[in-house]
Design a protein around this ligand. Structure first.
Ligand SMILES: [Zn+2]
Length: 122
């Protein structure tokens, strides 16, 4: 229960710091910026975590190898809804657009990581 709260606090912290810089960036850059900063903030608070943000075509892949949201949980389907919601909120704030986030791998389901595909092509 500890980590989800921290995620929200961190998010608002990143978002308040980023406000001015973001306004000057093109759309794609804004998305990348917020994803990288969120990943960095999470890794700073938890030395055991490893989060990788990659560009893949016009999408981003956000991969958390130490996801604490589904830690110890088991599920048939990707279970990190809080993570999806936080990413969507951060992206919406940063870009002013609704950007789709889909969890495509989840440790709760036995995958090696929790991976989120961001900006799914419509
Ligand atoms: Zn997870």
């Amino acid at each position: 229960m500890r980590r989800p709260i921290a995620l929200c606090v961190l998010l608002s912290f990143v978002v308040s710091l980023a406000g001015v810089a973001l306004k000057l960036m093109p759309q794609k850059q804004r998305q990348k910026f917020i994803l990288n900063n969120l990943a960095k903030a999470l890794m700073d608070t938890n030395p055991d975590s490893l989060i990788v943000v990659e560009e893949k075509g016009d999408q981003f892949l956000y991969t958390d190898y130490g996801c604490a949201i589904c830690h110890t949980r088991h599920a048939d389907k990707p279970a990190c809804h809080l993570y999806v919601g936080s990413l969507e909120e951060a992206l919406k704030w940063a870009s002013g657009q609704d950007i789709t986030v889909e969890e495509t791998q989840c440790k709760a389901r036995g995958d090696p990581c929790c991976q989120f595909t961001i900006g799914a092509a419509a």
